[in-house]
Design a binder for this molecule. Structure first.
Ligand SMILES: [Zn+2]
Ligand SMILES: [Zn+2]
Length: 345
């Protein structure tokens, strides 16, 4: 058995022992060291789900994890006992028509940790011990902390968004939402060649982190919406908008500053949006969705391992597993927290 963080309903998170199976052939057991609380986890915790996705049975939360291999099943050659790894929470079938096209994030039989999208739910990874397929365990160097390695998942989301945008070389980019996904997308966009990166939010603290992480300009659109105005004048707007807040208002105000033939990549999951489709039509804007990731997970681990993307300043708090409820409350407080992680040792 191992202690796990199990959600029974909105605000009803319990730390309890759950059975841990022996790793089968091709599987490994990972002693989880760090687990990041994601916006999705928060939605489950705060509201018992999001949109039409509702909690229908107790769900172990968590999908941003890293740890150390403690058991190895038969036939596993790539990772050894004691190896420190980032765990990819995505487990596609690799056999359906989308997987065969290389679009694993659209797998018809996806098993993504800590998700109530299917029933029975796919249990998550906020457990002291996790058994996963060996291919999900990506080795990391000793120079990378497990806390940083646990950011590979949200970084992969940012990298996938950047890929959806296409060529960013020399482009002026706007990112709405300075949460972990927004800031990681900013760093990924910089690596992809963006020349100017503007980040907006309605809270100052995450904007200061975005600046620390390399944003050229940050704007608090609640306090100073007029700072967006120069971007609207003379159609001198941004080439690409990454909408990372999931907020309807953010998209509406940003839509005005996307230049003709600009691209909007919608990463934030916000449910129902209402906006002026006329602007999309008149400016011939490309509106693109971006959902999870696939091979970008490996690229994310690589970026972190080589310190080409450094996530230290995003890691604002770590709480012990026994204090997970406090961790979720903290994660809700955007004045204080960017990324809250749980320590499982
Ligand atoms: Zn996440
Ligand atoms: Zn598939």
């Amino acid at each position: 058995v191992a202690l796990s963080a199990v959600l029974y309903g909105a605000k009803d998170l319990r730390i309890e022992n759950r059975p841990v199976p022996e790793p089968a052939a091709g599987e490994v057991e990972v002693r989880i060291g760090a687990g990041g609380i994601c916006g999705t986890d928060l939605h489950y915790f705060n509201h018992g789900g999001f949109g039409v996705v509702r909690l229908r049975e107790p769900l172990v939360l968590g999908h941003e994890i890293a740890g150390t291999i403690t058991k190895v099943g038969d036939g596993v050659a790539d990772v050894a006992l004691g190896q420190r790894v980032a765990v990819n929470p995505s487990h596609p079938c690799n056999a359906c028509k989308y997987c065969l096209k290389g679009l694993q994030n659209h797998c018809l039989d996806m098993r993504f940790y800590g998700s109530a999208m299917r029933f029975p739910h796919v249990q998550g990874a906020f457990q002291q011990k996790l058994v996963c397929h060996a291919s999900q365990a990506i080795p990391i160097p000793d120079t990378l902390s497990l806390n940083e390695a646990a950011c590979a998942e949200p970084l992969a989301v940012g990298l996938h968004g950047v890929r959806r945008a296409g060529d960013l070389v020399g482009k002026r980019v706007l990112i709405t939402g300075a949460g972990p996904i927004g800031v990681l997308t900013a760093m990924a966009a910089r690596r992809a060649g963006a020349s100017e990166i503007i980040v907006t939010d309605i809270v100052d603290h995450p904007l200061s982190i975005a600046r620390e992480c390399g944003a050229d300009q940050t704007i608090n659109t609640a306090a100073s919406p007029e700072l967006l105005a120069p971007l609207v004048a003379g159609k001198d707007g941004v080439d690409v908008l990454f909408e990372c807040s999931g907020s309807n208002r953010a998209l509406v105000s940003a839509l005005a500053v996307v230049r003709p033939h600009g691209i909007i990549v919608q990463i934030g999951l916000g449910g129902d949006f209402t906006f002026l489709m006329n602007l999309v039509v008149a400016k011939e804007i490309d509106l693109r969705g971006s959902f999870r990731f696939h091979e970008e997970f490996h690229a994310a681990v690589q970026f972190l391992a080589t310190q080409r993307i450094v996530v230290q300043s995003l890691l604002t708090q770590t709480v012990p597993l026994s204090d997970a409820v406090r961790g979720f409350a903290l994660a809700n407080d955007r004045q204080r927290a960017i990324k809250v992680q749980i320590a499982f040792d």
